[in-house]
Design a protein around this ligand. Structure first.
Ligand SMILES: Cc1cc2nc3c(=O)[nH]c(=O)nc-3n(C[C@H](O)[C@H](O)[C@H](O)COP(=O)(O)O)c2cc1C
Length: 206
């Protein structure tokens, strides 16, 4: 059984909901399972150390999770038009994986949540691609054959899945947003499986 890492940060739960829908999409492909992982908050108090296991939800990600998996779905809330600091902080710890080429040739897909429709969905998705390109990952987006991209009045971009959570962060995922999460997860799994079958990814890392 091969696994795809669903790595996300979520302060208030919207991105976490998307992570579960992405995982459903991934697991629509037989032989592939999703490994859900999150990252701890970062603290302005340098001595503060989080427990190694969160009280609720997905476990914290380790560098081994990146090495082990054959693909990566990465999600964040938009914070000022960019990914949130805890996810960036985790990515900044991945130099050993980068030196080993541990993500090179593996596919990656992105998902994000904003409060407002024009609050920086595309800028967040595009900027999240940059560190993954440094790692040599192959980016997977959503084609317009996912026709909800043409008609959505909530989230949905060709650069990745997105959710408009509303100013109180209480809007549920729309039918289109759920469908797009499933389509993106499945597409990521298909590419990972093809890369693996072509011998371009080792089952335990690149
Ligand atoms: C520090 C901070 C910055 C934010 N910046 C933006 C922004 O630039 N655009 C936007 O639409 N929403 C912004 N938001 C709102 C979040 O992106 C939105 O509530 C999101 O759905 C939260 O996801 P979560 O529930 O997974 O934490 C910001 C929220 C915080 C806390």
């Amino acid at each position: 059984m091969s696994e795809i890492l669903v790595l996300y940060y979520s302060r208030h739960g919207a991105t976490a909901k998307m992570a579960h829908e992405i995982a459903h999409g991934i697991e629509r492909l037989s032989g592939i399972t999703a490994r859900l992982r999150t990252v701890p908050e970062v603290s302005a108090v340098c001595e503060a150390v989080e427990d190694s296991i969160p009280d609720t939800g997905a476990p914290y990600a380790s560098l081994d999770d990146l090495q082990d998996c054959i693909g990566l779905a990465m999600g964040s809330p938009t914070h000022f038009g960019n990914m949130a600091a805890p996810l960036k902080y985790f990515l900044d710890s991945t130099t050993p994986v980068w030196l080993a080429g541990g993500l090179a040739g593996k596919p990656a897909a992105l998902f994000i949540s904003t409060s407002s429709l024009h609050g920086g969905q595309e800028t967040t998705l595009l900027s999240m691609m940059l560190p993954l390109l440094h790692h040599g990952m192959l980016l997977v987006g959503l084609p317009y054959s996912e026709t909800t991209l043409l008609t959505t009045t909530t989230g949905g971009t060709p650069y990745g899945a997105s959710h408009v959570a509303g100013v109180n962060n209480d809007r549920p995922l729309s039918d289109e947003e759920i469908r797009q999460c499933h389509a993106l997860g499945r597409r990521l799994a298909e590419v990972a499986k093809a890369q693996q079958a072509a011998g371009l990814i080792g089952s335990g890392g690149a």
